[in-house]
Write a protein that binds this ligand. Structure first.
Ligand SMILES: NC(=O)c1ccc[n+]([C@@H]2O[C@H](COP(=O)([O-])OP(=O)(O)OC[C@H]3O[C@@H](n4cnc5c(N)ncnc54)[C@H](O)[C@@H]3O)[C@@H](O)[C@H]2O)c1
Length: 253
């Protein structure tokens, strides 16, 4: 009997790291459920994956809402019948350059809502689906901001520190149930998020950001995708509860 292809759910995959991860999993033989709030970009990613000969569906979901997370899993199971891996990547940077005494309730709630609540609600519904499918892997997308402070980025830094804590709790709760839970912690990676920070072209701000990395460059989205793929592969079978920096050496300083 032919073996069924594995299924991965990737949140926020209409752009950047999620998009690159969807392409990497397609090339690795997965069927892919892509979620995002951006329907038109999400549909383009589905077409791109289909043109590679892989199967993909798009699910419009706002991951800050618990109900959208349960629906995303229902639609994935309805389309593909199983779930073998889940990548919780959807995220926002929040409003930059806001000191703590300038924080607003709307910025703090929105950033924590997507980056932290989103990861909690995602895992709440992914874990039972993974268990029913015989086990699997979860990878949460954190940031170097999950272990260091960044002035002016209180909401983002708090959300990513918390995601790393949640990753460890989920790893412990599932260590003997056949589910491994890890996170990647990217440095600055060339995506629309970085363009929003430092502008699109060459600039002093972009040079200074690159210089934060001992490798003196900004990373590529596919370099994060490959680390995520590794954490979902049998090559990482004894790794759980780990936060893997993909940061050109930033956190080694
Ligand atoms: N680019 C970087 O330098 C960098 C560094 C470290 C960590 N990260 C993390 O990587 C992840 C992806 O970021 P990126 O750089 O690819 O950014 P991006 O802006 O290119 O992509 C983020 C995607 O998430 C989607 N999204 C936003 N809010 C959502 C919501 N409520 N529900 C569903 N989807 C939503 C957006 O529509 C977008 O398609 C984020 O968690 C981010 O914090 C990025």
């Amino acid at each position: 009997m032919p073996q069924l292809k594995p299924v991965v759910l990737i949140t926020g995959a209409a752009s950047g790291i999620g998009h690159a991860t969807a392409l990497a999993f397609a090339r690795a033989g997965y069927r892919i459920a892509i979620t995002d709030i951006n329907e038109s970009n999400g549909s383009k990613v589905v077409k791109e994956i289909t043109s590679l000969g892989a199967e993909a569906i798009f699910i419009k979901a706002d991951h800050s809402k618990e109900s959208d997370n349960s629906r995303a899993i229902e639609e994935t199971l309805k389309a593909f019948g199983r779930l073998n891996a889940a990548i919780n990547n959807a995220g926002v940077e929040g409003q930059p350059d806001l000191k703590i005494e300038q924080q607003t309730e709307s910025n703090f709630r929105h950033t924590l809502g997507v980056n932290l609540d989103g990861v909690l609600w995602s895992m709440k519904y992914e874990i039972p689906a993974l268990l029913k499918s015989g086990g699997g892997c979860i990878v949460n997308v954190s940031s170097v901001a999950g272990s260091i402070g960044m002035a002016g980025m209180a909401a983002y830094v708090a959300s990513k520190h918390a995601v790393e804590g949640l990753t460890k709790v989920a790893a412990l709760e599932n260590a003997t149930r056949g589910i491994r839970v890890n996170a990647v912690a990217p440095g600055a990676i060339q995506t629309e998020m970085i363009d929003r920070f430092v502008g699109k072209g060459e600039s002093q701000a972009r040079k200074e950001l690159a210089a934060e990395h001992p490798m003196n460059r900004i990373g590529k989205a596919d370099e994060v995708a490959q680390a995520i793929l590794f954490l979902c592969s049998p090559a990482s079978s004894f790794i759980t509860g780990h936060i893997l920096p993909v940061d050109g050496g930033w956190l080694a300083k």
